[in-house]
Design a protein around this ligand. Structure first.
Ligand SMILES: [Zn+2]
Ligand SMILES: [Zn+2]
Length: 331
């Protein structure tokens, strides 16, 4: 049986929507594109839509990090950025407030963009619901309690109606949540941030956000190398362009080009770039996609020249794309 990974929040650092003027600029561009493509009638709009990438029309999303990994038997949530609010709404839909759970929430680290949505995860307030938090950080319980505290949030932790459990994890030691095996590995970020490898039914998802990926070679990655090995889908921090990455050393975020090099070397099958910069508008991200495509073509050419029968074959099969809110991938 397969499992699915759904991306509920893909922004980095801060929830960020285009301003009204930026929307007007974008909508004008879409309309110009419609006519430039030879369409004339409003009734042809859905036909036009079918020819373009959804992100070029609706953008990539505004909410910060939240990912859902789901199989037939179980569900894991990674981080509670503002994207967890829409996940919560989908969980609550049609239940008349009688959700069952249990819910399993893995925390990578506790920067604002990864916790800001947690108070809006409605199951916290439902009597009897079991919620399990997991993190390598030893002060997990104190950190979560701090999020539900006045004056930052009106309902203190002690008044939550659900049963909340805390599990402090051993670095690089696998543990089991129903049919998933989960292993935390260290990423490269200013405050320690732990990525997760989630495996089930012979498939593997690697969650590599937030990371600058300063350790790139297998030797540098050392005991964290398994995070990137035998992976079907890697979710990778690509907040910056290459020039920005050089300017923002030690800010803790990476670039798509770095992820592509790791994915090619480790024969990762699919890579999704995420943690979009709060200042990046739709046009900026489309431009970043173009830069990534050019870099990928150059990499493919290089690997074909060097080793015509191995890496070049893998580069032909490597898929990559930029995350947008609501994207769902089946493994
Ligand atoms: Zn972040
Ligand atoms: Zn961070």
């Amino acid at each position: 049986m397969s499992f699915t990974v759904k991306f509920w929040g893909v922004r980095g650092s801060l929830p960020s929507a285009p301003t009204p003027n930026e929307w007007i600029y974008h909508i004008e561009g879409v309309i110009r594109n419609f006519f430039a493509s030879g369409y004339r009638e409003p009734s042809q709009f859905s036909k036009f839509m079918a020819t373009v990438d959804e992100s070029t029309i609706g953008g990539f999303g505004t909410a910060t990090t939240c990912v859902e990994v789901k199989s037939g038997k179980s569900q894991i949530i990674i981080d509670g950025g503002s994207g967890i609010r829409n996940l919560s709404e989908s969980i609550m839909m049609g239940t008349s407030g009688r959700v069952k759970g249990p819910f399993h929430i893995l925390m990578t680290h506790f920067h604002w963009d990864h916790v800001i949505g947690l108070p809006f995860f409605t199951p916290h307030f439902i009597p009897g619901v079991e919620i399990h938090y997991y993190a390598v950080q030893k002060d997990l319980e104190k950190l979560i309690r701090g999020i539900f505290s006045k004056p930052y949030f009106p309902v203190p932790f002690e008044e939550l109606k659900s049963h909340i459990h805390f599990h402090v994890l051993e670095p690089r030691k696998a543990f089991v949540i129903n049919d998933f095996t989960v292993t935390p590995y260290l990423l490269d970020h200013p405050d320690a941030c732990w990525g997760y490898k989630i495996e089930a039914n012979g498939k593997a998802y690697a969650h590599c956000v937030d990371t600058e990926a300063t350790r790139v070679s297998p030797e540098e990655m050392g005991e964290d190398l398994p995070l990137y090995q035998n992976v079907d889908l890697m979710y990778f921090d690509a907040q910056y362009t290459l020039p920005e990455l050089a300017e923002k050393a030690n800010w803790g975020h990476s670039a798509a080009q770095v992820g592509l090099e790791i994915a090619l070397r480790e024969k990762i099958k699919n890579i999704i770039f995420t943690h979009h910069d709060p200042g990046a508008r739709i046009e900026n991200l489309m431009d970043l996609q173009r830069q990534t495509a050019e870099y990928f073509e150059a990499l493919k050419k290089d690997s074909a020249d060097c080793t015509p029968n191995t890496e070049s074959q893998h580069s032909d099969h490597l898929q990559w794309s930029f995350a947008r809110e609501g994207l769902e991938i089946k493994l």
